[in-house]
Design a protein around this ligand. Structure first.
Ligand code: HEC
Length: 256
């Protein structure tokens, strides 16, 4: 009996956050799959800045266009580079072997990344690159130690440095500088030190939020559909209840 109880508990525990490991705490965001403007901006960043190295093999451009409220012709014109058609999947040409040689590890397909790591991890990861001259690309990452990915958004963020030891990092939110409850400064582990970033801190965070939002959508493209369908089902049930109740009264009115 105990065994079944244990199995049941394991079955209902949420699993997305498990892959994050015992690293620094993550910054939390509320993804919003109804925010089409955010998802559209996220997709634009993804195709421009990530698809040089990462594919999204399970996602078709056209499906994304429809789900995010963009005319497929515009997606074809502005978001697809090379001779691909809008009906095709978001694949890339880079070979996994070449990539593994260049980066140590090949850049993984990102279609399901948000389901693997969870949105909070991605949001924190993309904002947590810091300067580290001992690494091949000159950067390291707070939540992904000795990462093989260069800081591809440094031109937007500027150069970021890390003032904390690994022990300190494990107890600080690397990026959340202000405690939302008390307003107190929580940490200064990561600081952008030069003015070369094209975006302010708020604008950069927004860009990463949009990108994370888009990656979350890609992990569960049907979630939008099911949420909309769920509302219709509830409305149906509410109306159906009125008739069912009236019928029940009719049946039982002579039985006493
Ligand atoms: C120049 C190539 C390159 C570009 C461009 C690039 N990445 Fe990466 N990325 C990599 C490599 C290589 C890895 C694997 C790192 C490792 O395993 O050490 C990686 C890993 C990742 C991971 C972690 C995967 C995991 O292990 O769970 C995420 C998330 C990610 N990239 C997101 C992005 C996003 C979002 C963009 C666009 C802003 C982007 N990357 C642009 C090369 C790139």
């Amino acid at each position: 009996m105990k065994k079944y109880l244990f199995a049941l508990i394991m079955a209902v525990l949420p699993v997305t956050a498990m892959a994050s490991g015992g690293e620094a705490p993550l910054d939390h965001i509320e993804v919003d799959l109804e925010n089409q403007a955010s998802l559209q901006r996220g997709m634009a960043t993804f195709v421009n800045r990530c698809m040089g190295c990462h594919s999204a093999d399970y996602q078709r451009y056209e499906r994304a266009a429809n789900d995010l409220g963009m005319p497929p012709e515009l997606v074809q014109e502005y978001m697809i580079f090379g001779d691909k058609k809008v009906g095709e999947q978001m694949t890339i040409a880079m070979s996994k072997d070449d990539a593994a040689n260049w980066f140590g590890n090949p850049p993984p397909d990102l279609s399901l990344e948000a389901r693997l790591r969870g949105p909070d991890w991605i949001y924190t990861y993309l904002r947590s690159f810091y300067q580290d001259p001992s690494r091949p690309w000159g950067v390291n990452n707070v939540v992904f130690k000795d990462v093989g990915m260069p800081n591809v958004l440094q031109d937007l963020q500027g150069v970021q440095i890390n003032n904390c030891t690994p022990e300190e990092l494990a107890h600080h939110h690397a990026n959340a500088e202000i405690d939302p409850l008390t307003g107190a400064r929580m940490s200064e582990c990561l600081t952008v030190v030069d003015g070369t970033g094209k975006l302010s801190k708020e604008e950069f965070d927004q860009t990463i939020y949009d990108l994370t939002n888009f990656l979350t959508y890609m992990g569960e493209p049907y979630r939008l559909d099911s949420e909309r369908l769920g509302i219709k089902v509830l409305i149906f049930l509410a109306i159906f209840f009125v008739f069912a109740y009236a019928l029940k009264k009719e049946y039982w009115k002579d039985v006493h």
